[in-house]
Design a protein around this ligand. Structure first.
Ligand code: ATP
Length: 315
């Protein structure tokens, strides 16, 4: 038996290594599918970020087009996210919010202006070193056909380490996902993905937050799911984000304005330009402002929905 066990064990190790590599490549391509043209400059340096207290993001007059021959997507966008702060990006669909998050992750290079992280121009730093310091919580995260444990623990791969079960559980707890997992008969061994349990948008977003927590980066970028969430799930996600945001530099792309009212600063984007900026109460006080307009619209939509539910209940 021992004679058999040794080679099998050996094979197991290789299987895991190969699987790990395949998953890395798969995830990398999914993430980078967008663009494979960004290349490190020959003399590029490593981004140096020794402390979370240095994790400042600066956009200075950033101009960008996916296709330089066509229209500009961002036009002279300037803002700063101070270390430890939470800045929200809002604006109508197509305004350029997700594009900003892609540029921070250096999925594309810009045509004008500068993007700095901790004072360093990201175009002069290796992509790998930039991405190592940023946790991304996408709208719709990629799930592997594997267990919940693997899907969360995968987050730590960015650091070159494999997460332990305890670490996965702690991250899930902070991401408000542990109670969902404990309801599954197979707990963390539950298979998810296309061949397993299908997760909802809100559940996937919590997996993404747990993953990002394991990476423990100084910078977090959250792209709030557009799909409508019930009030309970929305609260859980907000609590998860608020936990994850502590002590980091945070940029939140928000679709529901109610989730970002507490931000240190809100940037309102319109057709690739920042047209308003400030705290929630300042922006609401701006008569005729875009933020106020969007806020009123969302409030009306909520009230109409509540009316419908109310009148249905009274029937
Ligand atoms: P939403 O709220 O709908 O997610 P957004 O504000 O995040 O919208 P972006 O996704 O940043 O908007 O898109 C800004 C503009 O850039 C849109 O007009 C979009 O069509 C265009 N765009 C986005 N991705 C690409 C791409 N890969 N290639 C070309 N154009 C793109």
């Amino acid at each position: 038996i021992l004679q058999l066990y040794v080679p099998l064990n050996f094979l197991g190790t290789y299987y895991r290594m190969i699987k790990q590599c395949m998953v890395d490549v798969e995830s990398m391509f999914k993430l980078l599918n967008e663009n494979k043209e960004v290349e490190d400059a020959p003399e590029s340096k490593e981004l140096v970020l020794n402390s979370k207290a240095d994790a400042r993001i600066e956009f200075e007059k950033v101009t960008f087009a996916y296709n330089p021959a066509e229209r500009l997507i961002l036009n002279h966008v300037s803002f700063t996210v101070e270390p430890g702060a939470k800045v929200a990006l809002v604006g109508r669909s197509g305004a350029g919010k997700s594009t900003i998050s892609k540029l921070i992750y250096r999925l594309y290079d810009i045509q004008g202006g500068v993007i700095r992280i901790a004072g360093q121009d990201v175009t002069k730093c290796t992509q790998r070193s930039v991405r190592l310091h940023i946790g991304i919580v996408p709208q719709d995260c990629v799930l592997f056909n594997d267990t919940i444990e693997y899907n969360i623990g995968f987050g730590k791969l960015g650091t070159g380490e494999v997460a332990t079960r305890d670490e996965v559980m702690a991250a899930a707890e902070h991401a408000q996902f542990n109670s969902f997992v404990s309801k599954q008969p197979q707990g963390y061994e539950t298979l998810v993905g296309e061949r397993g349990l299908r997760l909802s948008g809100g559940e996937k977003q919590r997996v993404a937050i747990a993953r990002a927590l394991l990476k423990n980066p100084p910078i977090m970028v959250y792209d709030e799911a557009t799909s409508s969430l019930d009030t309970h799930t929305e609260k859980q996600i907000m609590a998860a984000i608020n936990f994850a945001a502590q002590g980091r530099t945070n940029l939140v792309i928000a679709h529901r304005l109610s989730t970002i009212m507490d931000s240190d600063q809100i940037l309102v984007l319109k057709e690739g330009e920042v047209v308003e900026r400030g705290e929630h109460t300042d922006l609401l006080a701006k008569p005729g402002g875009l933020y106020k307009d969007m806020w009123d619209q969302q409030l009306n939509a909520r009230n109409t929905k509540a009316d419908r539910i109310g009148s249905a209940a009274s029937l």
